[in-house]
Structures are given as structure tokens and as C-alpha cells.
Design a binder for this molecule. Structure first.
Ligand SMILES: NC(=O)N[C@@H](CC(=O)O)C(=O)O
Ligand SMILES: [Zn+2]
Ligand SMILES: [Zn+2]
Length: 425
């Protein structure tokens, strides 16, 4: 196993130091390190972060390997600075059995580019009718701890309660896609001024907020852990703030796109901007940014949602919702938060690793720690070219935008997955 000596790198924004990576761990840190057998990387101007952890990734395998595979999504993740991703359950077949989660877990191991942690479905077939075999998925080789029907809301309050109660036994968490389905029938975009002008059916903020309010009360009642996927409205932030003040065990994520883009993008009628929950208003964006800085929102999660060309390059109403995210998330975070490295490390690595219970991830580079880390060049700006992305899909909303920051290298347990900004395999 090759050793790597990274010279003069800033660890999470601190004064430059050297990092020696050997045998899968950070062996030593300090100024003036030497290691004759090591490959030297010049870290001048670079920032070392704990490898990013994505709590919300769609890898599309099994079932839609034309849009993404575990391997292509893992490569996109590594290039984005990630060392672990949690793979959503809305595959085909659905990841609602021990067999399917073990298959995804095994494919992740074989690709070997990031740790792929499968998320299990809450209900059989994501149909919302009966609980899936949560215990069997938890006990499987994939050791599932996060369960979600993402793409669909667990709308039945009794089923949601039972799921919350069930996962307590193994310190699991239910990740809710908060969308009251009766309030979003036929919805195409955020319900507001722009939807009225364009004549598109609206997805009202209250459809999200009502479910979050219900579920934080349920989580409080049964004393379970709840996670809220892709929070998108100012009102949701207020509900979460209230719940956290009461000590409810709730965590929440925001996506890069909800931190940057607004519903005015729908005026282009370009379905690349169609996403669930929809892009909201500038007021919502400001509230989400403030909540992320404050900690009312715990993490940034990509909701990387690859879609094949035929599902995206069509009329708005027929297009599938969802956007790519893994290869651009750090750049968006840097753009939105500025070089607040400790905050970025917390929201994109440490906190998601804690929520997912991923040992060995989310730890700042220090002696003895598994070498899961990424090197960022904050000074370089790059223009996003969809054709250059490692994802099998092309549905990035940032095409031809120039964004700050470039991932120079990523290490998974001491092995580089990315070097010189390029995937190693
Ligand atoms: N976000 C999306 O618009 N789409 C996701 C599902 C989801 O996250 O709800 C997908 O699977 O494509
Ligand atoms: Zn969702
Ligand atoms: Zn999703």
C-alpha cells in the first residue's frame, strides 16, 4: 500500500501542516515531516476536509442502470469529495428486503470508490400500505439504520408511528420525504406568484410543513429519531426550530439546489429545474441559508437524482423531478457559505456521519484516524460541463455556470480514489 505525504495543507482551515497517510490511516501530522517511501503531494493552498458524507443519494441500481449505477454514482461521489454515500431505496426492485440492501451494499464494496450505505424502504414497495422487513434489513450484512420511502411520503400517521417505534430497538432513524400527497396532486412547481403567472399547478409550502409538524410531534410522543429530507421552506425551518427547542430528536437536511436556486427558474420551462420538493422563493432560500448556519438544519445532503435523457428532456409536465448533485455540492456550499471550513466540515461530513452512524467517517484528519479525507482547492473556479461529469446522467442545473472550488484528491481508507482532480479508476 502506497504511503502519501501531503505537504503544507490546511486541515479544516487551520495553519498549514504536513499529513502522512500510511496503512489506511493518518499516521502523522506536523510541520517538516519526511517519509522517503511516500508519494509527495504539494498541498500548498489546499484545504483538507474529512471525506464528505452524503445522507441522500439516488444510485438507481438495481433497475435504472441507464441513468446511474452504483459504480458510476460512486465515481461521481469521489470526484465530489465524498467518501460515503447513503443510497436511497426507490430502486427497482425497491430496497425493501435484506436481499436488495445486501445487493446494493455488495455492489458498493466491489466498486470500492466510496462506502455505499443502503437505506431501506419503510413500507413494502414504497406503497405506504405495510411496514417492510425493517428488522431483517437492520440485521443484514448491510446493517441498515436509515429507512425512507423517499420519492413518496409515509403519509399514514399510524404507519409512521409504528415505523418510528420499530427502529428504536436498533437506534435507527426514519428519513421522511415530507409531502402531504392530497395537497400536491398534479403539482408541477412551487405554489406562488410564478406558478400563477405560468399557469402551472402549485406545490404549496404547507404540504411540506404540515407533515414535518405532524412527524416531530409523533417523534416526540414515541421518543424516536426522525430525519427530514430536503427541507425547502421558511415555514419548515420554524417548525424545526420549535421542535428542537422542545428537545425532539429530529435532524434535517437541505440540498445545494434549495440553497441556491429559486422558482423563477421555472420561467425557462427547462425541466432540468423540475425537482421535488420544488425550488422555492428567495425568502425561503434566505431562511434555509440562515438555518444551516445556525444549526436548525443539521446537514447539506445532495438528493443526487440522476435521470435518463428521455425522462428529462421532454415537456415540463412529463419530466421526472430531480437533479444531479454529487459533483457540484462542495462548490455550491463554498459559494453559499464562503470559506467557513469548520462549518462546511460539520454540515457535510461530521454531522451526516453521526446521523448515519458511519464509523470511521466524519473525523477530522488526525493521527490514528482512518484516512477518509478530501483535498479542496478553494482558489480555482471551474465551469460545469454536463458532458464531463462522471454521472451517467446529464441533468445538472449548473450547466455552464462557473463555481468556486475544485476537488483535487480524495482518499478512502488511505487509498486515493481521486488524484489531480481525476478519478483514479
Ligand atoms: N428529488 C426528486 O425530485 N426526485 C427523487 C425523489 C425524491 O428525492 O423525492 C428521485 O428519485 O428522482
Ligand atoms: Zn424526496
Ligand atoms: Zn431523494
Amino acid at each position: 500500500m502506497t504511503a502519501y505525504l501531503i505537504k503544507s495543507v490546511s486541515v479544516v482551515g487551520a495553519a498549514p501542516t504536513d499529513l502522512l497517510i500510511r496503512d489506511g490511516v493518518v499516521a502523522e501530522t506536523g510541520a517538516g515531516l519526511t517519509a522517503p517511501d511516500a508519494t509527495v503531494i504539494d498541498g500548498t493552498g489546499l484545504v483538507a476536509l474529512p471525506g464528505l458524507v452524503d445522507l441522500h443519494t439516488h444510485l438507481r441500481e438495481p433497475g435504472r442502470e441507464d441513468a446511474e449505477t452504483v459504480e458510476s454514482g460512486s465515481r461521481a461521489a469521489a470526484l465530489g469529495g465524498y467518501t460515503a454515500v447513503c443510497a436511497m431505496a426507490n430502486t427497482s426492485p425497491v430496497a425493501d428486503t435484506a436481499g436488495v440492501v445486501e445487493q446494493v451494499w455488495r455492489l458498493g464494496r466491489e466498486a470500492g470508490l466510496v462506502d455505499v450505505q443502503p437505506i431501506g424502504a419503510v413500507t413494502v414497495g414504497l406503497a405506504g400500505g405495510q411496514l417492510a422487513e425493517l428488522g431483517a434489513m437492520a440485521d443484514s450484512a448491510a446493517r441498515v439504520r436509515i429507512f425512507s420511502d423517499d420519492g413518496h411520503c409515509v403519509a399514514d400517521p399510524k404507519l409512521m408511528r409504528r415505523a418510528l417505534e420499530y427502529v428504536k430497538a436498533f437506534d435507527g432513524v426514519i428519513a421522511q420525504h415530507a409531502e402531504e400527497p392530497r395537497l400536491t396532486e398534479g403539482a408541477q412547481m412551487h405554489e406562488g406568484e410564478v406558478s400563477t403567472r405560468l399557469g402551472l399547478t402549485g406545490w404549496p409550502a404547507v404540504a411540506e410543513e404540515a407533515i414535518i409538524a405532524r412527524d416531530v410531534l409523533l417523534a416526540e410522543h414515541v421518543g424516536s429519531r426522525l430525519h427530514i429530507c430536503h427541507v425547502s421552506t421558511a415555514g419548515s425551518v420554524e417548525v424545526l426550530r420549535h421542535a428542537k427547542t422542545r428537545g425532539v430528536k429530529v435532524t434535517a437536511e437541505v440540498t445545494p439546489h434549495h440553497l441556491l436556486l429559486t422558482d423563477s427558474k421555472a420561467e425557462t420551462y427547462d425541466p432540468v429545474y423540475k425537482v421535488n420538493p420544488p425550488l422555492r422563493t428567495a425568502t425561503d432560500v434566505a431562511a434555509l441559508r440562515a438555518a444551516l448556519a445556525e444549526g436548525v438544519i443539521d446537514i447539506v445532503a445532495t438528493d443526487h437524482a440522476p435521470h435518463a435523457v428521455e425522462d428529462k428532456e421532454c415537456e415540463w409536465a412529463y419530466a421526472r423531478p430531480g437533479m444531479l448533485g454529487l459533483e457540484t455540492a462542495l462548490s455550491i456550499a463554498l459559494d453559499v457559505l464562503g470559506p467557513q471550513w469548520d462549518l462546511i466540515a460539520e454540515r457535510m461530513s461530521r454531522a451526516p456521519a453521526r446521523i448515519a452512524g458511519l464509523d470511521g467517517h466524519g473525523l477530522d484528519p488526525a493521527p490514528g484516524v482512518p484516512a477518509n479525507l478530501t483535498l479542496v482547492d478553494p482558489a480555482t473556479r471551474r465551469t460545469i460541463e454536463p458532458a464531463e461529469l462522471a454521472s451517467r446522467s446529464r441533468n445538472t442545473p449548473y450547466a455552464r455556470m462557473t463555481l468556486p472550488g475544485r476537488i483535487v484528491a480524495t482518499f478512502l481508507r488511505g487509498e486515493p480514489t481521486v488524484l489531480d482532480g481525476k478519478a483514479v479508476r
